[in-house]
Design a protein around this ligand. Structure first.
Ligand code: AMP
Ligand code: MG
Length: 320
């Protein structure tokens, strides 16, 4: 007898095969997936999200051996990281195989590849029998979804299937490492820390080492609530925003200022990360003017969270 989950995975795999979109849970955030071998299907992702065509998509593989279909070469450092971290929240950027359509790579000669760890994503990829291109299942620039309900909020008339796999464990997008040149480079910090990667393959160039435009959403507003976002605490400014009003919502580590509304996310970076996007959505939906966010400390454990907070604030007039 097949249960509901198996049945919906079979239905979702058939939808992918017909060129339709499917929202799938992953351990990082929910993804909006399409058959990576079908350019018309991949085009539907860009249309649904309102995503600019030059933003490359990550290809999610059904198994490790599929990497040969997508990468021109798999350098030894990539092998090392695959052995250590796949399946898991690590995306590798490698020279693309000739057959990879430029719509996936934003016209670049490299491709981002990942093997997700979420059992529902794995079951879908196995049932489909191929790779899917999948960015986060949100409208371009907005907060990434970490539950099926968030996806439905983003696309109320989406017209695609949303597989419910519970809340994403990690809650932030994957760590991205570019191994397509001789200088391994961190393109996006994530749950897997740069130091864990460096311990295995040596030093990484950091996003701040130059102003490379390839990293996800760099220098642009991304992961952004509709409300203005203001960062405070070192090094974003003084301790508390002097102009705070009682209508502002606060997102803090330990303690809300007296008489104010908001959320306390705690001082454990991984727990904080898991709750961040849901928390931002909640504060965005609450009445009130702005979201005031206490910046966590400038340590490696907080690097991914700080990166997302900085980008969430980047589009705000008052944002730091
Ligand atoms: P999203 O899933 O919405 O976080 O978007 C995927 C991100 O992966 C993109 O914005 C890129 O920054 C990154 N990415 C995917 N493929 C490549 C690539 N070939 N080169 C550089 N970055 C990539
Ligand atoms: Mg995204």
């Amino acid at each position: 007898m097949i249960n509901d989950v198996d049945a919906s995975i079979a239905v979702a795999a058939q939808a992918l095969a017909r060129g339709e979109l499917v929202a799938m849970p992953t351990e990082t955030v929910y993804g909006l997936a399409a058959d990576a071998r079908n350019p018309d299907a991949v085009r539907r992702i860009f249309l649904a999200k309102g995503r600019p065509a030059d933003h490359p998509l990550i290809v999610h593989l059904p198994d490790q051996s599929a990497i040969r279909d997508w990468a021109a070469t798999v350098p030894p450092a990539a092998r090392t990281l695959i052995d250590a971290f796949w399946p898991g929240p690590l995306t590798l950027v490698l020279k693309k195989a000739a057959a990879v359509d430029p719509i996936i790579t934003g016209g670049q000669d490299t491709v981002g590849l990942r093997l997700p760890a979420h059992p529902t994503a794995q079951a879908l990829l196995r049932a489909f029998g191929g790779a899917v291109a999948a960015p986060s299942a949100n409208r371009f620039g907005r907060i990434s979804p970490t539950t099926a309900a968030h996806v439905r909020e983003e696309f109320p008339d989406g017209g695609f299937l949303v597989l419910d796999g519970g809340a994403s464990e990690v809650g932030l997008e994957s760590t991205i490492v570019d191994l397509s040149s001789d200088l391994p480079r961190l393109l996006r910090p994530g749950h897997i820390a740069a130091s864990e990667i460096e311990a295995l393959i040596g030093p990484l160039q950091r996003p701040s080492d130059d102003a490379g435009p390839r990293a996800s959403g760099r220098l642009e507003s991304h992961y952004a609530p509709a409300k203005p976002v203001v960062l405070f605490g070192t090094p974003a400014g003084g301790r508390l925003p002097a102009d705070a009003t009682s209508s502002d919502q606060w997102l803090v580590l330990a303690e809300l200022p007296e008489g104010s509304g908001g959320l306390v996310l705690g001082s454990d970076p991984k727990n904080y990360a898991r709750q961040l996007y849901g928390g931002l959505r909640q504060l965005d939906a609450a009445p009130g003017g702005r979201i005031l966010i206490e910046m966590p400390p400038d340590t490696e454990a907080w690097a991914a969270v700080r990166d997302r907070l900085q980008r969430a604030a980047a589009g705000s007039r008052e944002g730091g």
